[in-house]
Design a protein around this ligand. Structure first.
Ligand SMILES: CC(C)(COP(=O)(O)OP(=O)(O)OC[C@H]1O[C@@H](n2cnc3c(N)ncnc32)[C@H](O)[C@@H]1OP(=O)(O)O)[C@@H](O)C(=O)NCCC(=O)NCCS
Length: 375
């Protein structure tokens, strides 16, 4: 979209330097602190990736155990946050619950508004640990289920599925969620991370920055797309309906959720991994219906629009097979992206400069004030 002398939406604008994440949009590569994210997704755990994003190197065994312990010890939010969750209308959107609960958690954080690096690291640990439990508590609360407290023996992914579904998750589900969390953990200056850095850049506190980020992630052009993909799959329903449904959408100039990307001009490497997991989980569940619909949609959108599937295209199908409800898909994105948000906020504090772009003004400049009675 070209405007006078620049592309709108800050396209291709480099706003800052960062050591955290590199995206090669032409080659379809995503790199966290020098490591290929696809390689990490295959070999590492989400907790290892959190450490990597924060500290710039992989943890040794002692460091990883210490982080796991800290996360487990910090995972239960303050009782005021639990009370808030229990008091909310059952039809509240989970992303609204998360945004409000995180904001409240900041008020009760034992480090308050302290801005020294150690306090900010402790707050980052609490945020990574509590975002999954906040989401799971709301799921329990809206279904009036028995309140399950976090199980410190489980990994972050395992505990989230346990608290969310009320059942011990299968090994395959835990591994698949852990992989998805790694793949979503960071993505350079995506819209929500940019929001977080803009807020942190004013030297506001980390909870305020994360609250901004959650509000930004919620939109369907960002984290909300995976939920919309599954709504599309449900609306299409049969393979025969794929082309007529998409033809209508193209004719009405509707955006097809789960396709296109501001940076990738080839296959999104995260979508490639999630596609495989979607197939494997479908096989285990004994039904490939959703996978086959996704494949048919993907092929036709590629043929007609030359658009590639992005990370949101297959993730919803994977989450659904784990028993995660559709309106929790975007909160799952937040459970992962909090790793990247906090890494970026800490980096922003470390080397801060206020982020304040300009707008090219296109309105009038010399209007004369007219008294109310003359308008
Ligand atoms: C991700 C996204 C917001 C990137 O937006 P962007 O960089 O501003 O790109 P634009 O919206 O300007 O798209 C460029 C062109 O491709 C088309 N396009 C991009 N994504 C499309 C989609 N998902 N469906 C249909 N057409 C699409 C646009 O209509 C536009 O065509 P035009 O030049 O003829 O007007 C956009 O691709 C989109 O809305 N995708 C759907 C939502 C989604 O999946 N979001 C998750 C991202 S990980």
């Amino acid at each position: 979209m070209a405007d006078a002398g620049f592309k709108s939406g800050l396209e291709d604008v480099v706003a800052l330097t960062s050591d955290i994440c590199f995206i090669d949009g032409k080659e379809g590569r995503l790199v966290y602190r020098g490591y290929d994210a696809v390689d990490l997704a295959q070999h590492a755990s989400f907790e290892e990736v959190v450490f990597l994003l924060w500290y710039g190197r992989l943890p040794n065994e002692t460091e990883l155990s210490a982080l796991r312990r800290e996360l487990a010890e910090s995972s239960d939010p303050h009782s005021a946050v639990r009370d808030l969750i229990a008091s909310l209308p059952v039809n509240t959107a989970p992303m609204d619950v998360l945004r409000t609960a995180v904001s409240l958690a900041g008020i009760y954080d034992p480090d308050g508004n302290a801005m020294d690096p150690e306090a900010n690291h402790r707050k980052a640990v609490r945020l990574v640990a509590q975002i999954p439990t906040i989401v799971a508590y709301f799921e329990q609360s809206r279904h009036r289920r028995e309140v399950l407290r976090p199980n410190p023996q489980l990994s972050l992914a395992g505990n989230f599925l346990y608290m969310l579904t009320g059942q011990n998750p299968s090994e395959q589900s835990v591994k698949a969620l852990d992989t998805a969390l790694i793949l979503h953990a960071d993505h350079e200056l995506n819209a929500s991370t940019f929001s977080a850095r803009v807020t942190a850049g004013t030297l506001s506190d980390i909870y305020s920055a994360v609250t901004s980020a959650i509000g930004t992630l919620k939109g369907p052009l960002h984290g909300g797309a995976n939920e919309q993909v599954m709504r599309m799959v449900d609306a299409i329903e049969t393979l025969d309906n794929v082309r007529p449904w998409l033809d209508r959408a193209f004719a009405e100039k509707r955006k097809i959720m789960g396709f296109g990307h501001r940076v990738y001009k080839t296959d999104d490497p995260r979508a490639v991994v999630l596609r495989r997991i979607s197939y494997e989980m479908g096989e285990t569940a004994g039904t490939l219906t959703v996978y086959q619909l996704l494949e048919a949609i993907g092929a036709y959108v590629r043929e007609r629009k030359q658009l590639h599937p992005n990370v949101d295209f297959y993730s919803g199908s994977v989450y659904r097979m784990m028993g995660i409800p559709a309106d929790i898909f975007t909160p799952v994105f937040a459970i992962s992206r909090i790793a990247g948000w906090t890494a970026h906020i800490l980096e922003q504090y470390h080397n801060n400069r206020l982020i304040r772009p300009r707008a090219e003004y296109t309105g009038p400049t010399h209007l004369a004030y007219k008294p109310l009675a003359e308008r």
